[in-house]
Design a protein around this ligand. Structure first.
Ligand code: GRG
Length: 293
């Protein structure tokens, strides 16, 4: 199946499952449920949950068994975006082309909508079926670890502390590994765990996730610069690259593109043991490299 049709088909399943797992907007107190749903159904690409399902399928698992973990990951991702947009963080007015949560519901409710998505993620994950190798504490530990102070939140802290300072390439890679690669890797590993993957396969998935996660962020940084350059003209784009801590700002565009290629190849190499079963995951790596969104 071509990746775009895979994303469309699996995206529908994910949306339906999220809709089932989330309290209706009519449930009291309505504002919080409206706010949770506003951000969760705002047109995200669903890359992380789709990766959970694809990893499960690569390990001969069933999509239905991987759905709670997939939805839990998307709830964590959405919470992190709501909080990242707050005035005390990035102070963004728009997300996914729509006004950010705090612009619509006010700061207090936006903070709480993020909190509620973070907590419901674990309530949803708790509905996953255990396998002979992976019991509930392992699943909960996987998601909590990736979202916690040493990874997702840790990366955000390092990012905040680096604001306005000239940071090194090593520090930027650390931020990317924490903020982006850790949750992507956990999404993929949770898919493997739902399919009772062998320790060897889980190790392959981990290596795949780490390379894919970094490639994703390097490409995101490249697009940030090139798309801004297109929008504002070459000089303005260069200015953005010079002020923002991004891969191209530190390593230059050419080296950033080479790095994205190298990481994509590393992602492919990690999937070798899967043979044909790894085709969809491989397509993810290729798709991210050539995307223009
Ligand atoms: C507030 C705890 C906390 C963490 C925030 C996720 C994050 C950390 C910040 C958002 C800004 C950023 C550049 C994050 C890197 C990951 C990234 C590129 C997220 C966007 O992911 P997509 O493209 O988004 O999958 P959609 O909208 O498609 O879901």
């Amino acid at each position: 199946m071509e990746l775009k049709s895979y994303l469309t088909a699996r995206g529908k399943l994910i949306d339906q499952a999220l809709d089932r797992f989330l309290p209706r907007a009519s449930v009291k107190p309505r504002t919080i449920h409206k706010a949770m749903r506003y951000s969760l159904f705002a047109g995200g690409k669903r890359l992380r949950p789709a990766l959970t399902l694809a990893a499960a399928e690569a390990c001969d698992g069933e999509v239905a068994r991987a759905l709670p973990a997939a939805c839990a990951v998307e709830c964590i991702h959405t919470y992190s975006l709501i909080h990242d947009d707050l005035p005390c963080m990035d102070d963004d007015d728009l997300r996914r082309g729509r006004p950010t949560s705090h612009k619509v519901f006010g700061e207090g409710v936006a903070v709480l909508a993020g909190d509620a998505l973070l907590t419901i993620a674990f309530e949803i994950l708790a509905q996953a079926k255990e396998t002979s190798r992976y019991k509930m504490p392992a699943l909960i530990g996987e998601l909590a670890g990736a979202s916690g102070s040493q990874w997702l939140i840790g990366g955000q802290v390092a990012d905040l502390e680096g604001e306005g300072k000239k940071i090194s390439g090593a520090e930027l890679k650390y931020i990317h590994r924490c903020k982006t690669a850790a949750l992507l890797t956990a999404s993929i590993r949770l898919g493997g765990m739902s399919a009772n993957a062998s320790p060897a396969r889980l190790k392959n998935l981990t290596e795949f996730g780490q390379s894919l996660g970094l490639a994703f962020q390097v490409i995101d940084d490249i697009l940030d610069v090139t798309q801004t350059t297109e929008k504002l003209g070459k000089t303005a784009g260069k200015d953005v690259a010079a002020t923002k801590a991004t891969y191209p700002a530190i390593f230059g565009l050419e080296r950033s593109r080479e790095e994205a290629h190298r990481l994509t190849l590393a992602a492919h190499a990690a999937l070798k043991p899967f043979g044909k079963s790894g085709a969809t995951l491989r397509a993810f790596a290729d798709y991210l490299l050539v995307r223009d969104y």
